[in-house]
Design a binder for this molecule. Structure first.
Ligand code: BG6
Length: 504
């Protein structure tokens, strides 16, 4: 929840993009920058400094950014492009590698030129849109030339993309490397799921209403299902995905963050540290999965060739950059326990997968059955357990599923829905996730970013799984693309009431 305190954006700044020619910068950052310009949410005097190995001029770089904005094409691309020009955003480009001191001297020159141009203090926002192996080197390079130092009224912030480390140990080492030059308040670790409107709405739903929170605990909830389903495969990211798998790509970050927001206690305020204090308590309360429980609580899957919406798609092992005998999971389902007073005994089922039938992210709270149903079975039509579904994407909204009397002389009940839809309830435009994170980073609002202790706790939860997966446990089960994952995943829920995954 951005800027509850109403921070205002600085008058001038440099925005330094490491990995300026890369995919993320083109697809997400530049279009987001243009949208912020159109909404007048950028510093009034802004210089974008691109850094990458490719050789090009400042003008070439400006053209690249403009082309990227035009290509993003959704919404009013030309309006956004004009906004960058109208706001007088300047472009500089520094070529060089991230382990070369000369590159950072070039950046320091560009930052001080932009300071001179702006006639204002040397605020700088550094964005690590580069490969993760370079994060430490960039922080060190900036530190060496004095670009990590803040001064009175001057900010120097480092925005770090995921993945933050590759396991618990490397995440700790990266944290140490960043903290050699930057203090924690300067580090903004991204999880773009936190910037989704509907994820933030979980806080609004839970903590600005009275009717939901009393039902949000072990007394009423039987279990919780959180689904992040994707229709896409690994696309052109096979090589990356081989090192990552669903565990590192989605579970360690997006799924655990969504779980933490769903399960956390009411915060003292909606400020960054209050929310993060509560989230980290949840992460600390997650019981690590024991080796002996692995097969009962974890299902790994990998897609084989199949059909999605009438189109034949290849199996994971046939994707570019993927080993023909790869044992990397593209699907993962887990049962987690949260050992605290609110959730003890309420399993949280998490699942994520690529090449599933639909793209859908949702959280479903399944409620306990009524203690006694005063009706014969013949009077009960399709009644599922009461369920509250928070639809994160697409078709953003909330549904409450309950039983109602079917009209007629006989007393029969059938399941019905009470539905709230963002699209029809609000007219306001929802900013795209990257627009939101970038805007907040300029503001210095860290609410939607992850604190160091949260990252560490999330790695602590998944580290036993990393170790087991490396040892081939549990083995990967296969599912055809276009299906809801391996059948083994259904067995996970067998012990819960309403013992199936919801069909989203
Ligand atoms: C990214 C993952 O973090 O999130 C991708 O690396 C995944 O593999 C993406 O496709 C999903 O994001 P969204 O916003 O499309 O749900």
């Amino acid at each position: 929840m951005s800027a509850p305190g109403g921070e205002s954006v600085a008058l001038s700044a440099s925005f330094v993009v490491f990995g300026a020619t890369g995919d993320l910068a083109h697809r997400k950052l530049y279009p987001a920058l243009a949208s912020l310009a159109a909404e007048s949410q950028l510093p009034r005097r802004l210089t974008v400094i691109g850094v990458a190995r490719t050789v090009m001029t400042d003008e070439d770089f400006a053209t690249e950014v403009h082309n990227a904005v035009a290509k993003a094409g959704d919404g009013d691309a030309s309006g956004r492009q004009n906004a960058l020009e109208q706001r007088g955003v300047r472009f500089r480009y520094v070529n060089g590698s991230f382990d070369d001191d000369a590159t950072f001297r070039g950046i320091a020159d560009a930052v001080s030129d932009s300071e001179a141009d702006h006639g204002g203090p040397g605020n700088a926002l550094y964005y690590l849109a580069t490969i993760p192996q370079m994060f430490g080197a960039v922080a060190a390079g900036l530190g060496k030339v004095g670009l990590a130092e803040e001064g009175p009224g001057i900010f120097r912030r480092l925005v770090v993309e995921k993945p933050f480390g590759n396991d618990l140990e490397s995440a700790r080492a990266l944290d140490v490397a960043l903290h050699e030059h930057f203090r924690e308040h300067q580090v903004f670790r991204i999880d773009h799921y936190l910037a989704k409107e509907t994820v933030q709405n979980i806080l609004a739903l839970r903590f600005t209403n009275t009717i939901f929170e009393p039902l949000w605990n072990r007394r009423y909830v039987d279990h919780v299902q959180i689904t992040v389903a994707e229709q896409l495969g690994v696309e052109h990211r096979g090589t990356f995905y081989e090192r990552s798998g669903a565990l590192r790509d989605i579970v360690q970050n997006h799924l655990l963050q969504v779980l933490a927001i769903t399960a956390m206690e009411p915060p003292a305020s909606l400020g960054a540290n209050s929310i993060r204090d509560e989230k980290v308590k949840v992460l600390r309360s997650i019981r690590p999965i024991e080796r002996s429980d692995l097969r009962r609580r974890v299902v790994r899957g990998q897609y084989t060739g199949g059909r999605i919406e009438g189109v034949d798609v290849p199996g994971y092992r046939e994707e570019e950059g993927v080993a023909s005998d790869s044992a990397v999971e593209t699907y993962l389902a887990l049962e987690l326990d949260i050992d605290n007073w609110r959730w003890s005994g309420v399993p949280f089922y998490l699942r994520t997968g690529k090449r599933l039938p639909r793209r859908v992210t949702e959280i479903a709270l399944r409620y306990r059955p009524v203690p006694f149903l005063p009706l014969p079975p013949s009077a009960v039509e399709t009644v599922e357990p009461n369920t509250m579904v928070l639809r994160i994407q697409p078709d953003e909204g909330i549904t409450l599923e309950f039983a109602a009397k079917v009209p007629g002389a006989r007393f029969r009940v059938r399941e019905v829905d009470l539905d709230f839809r963002y699209g029809t309830a609000f007219e306001e435009r929802a900013p795209e996730a990257y627009e939101r994170v970038l805007g907040d980073a300029f503001l210095g609002d860290a609410t939607l970013f992850i604190r160091g202790d949260e990252v560490e706790e999330a790695w602590r939860v998944v580290q036993p799984l990393i170790d087991s997966f490396e040892a081939g446990e549990p083995p990967v089960a296969f599912y055809p693309a276009g299906t809801w994952g391996p059948p083994e995943a259904d067995a996970l829920l067998a012990e819960s009431y309403g013992d199936t995954w919801r069909a989203p």
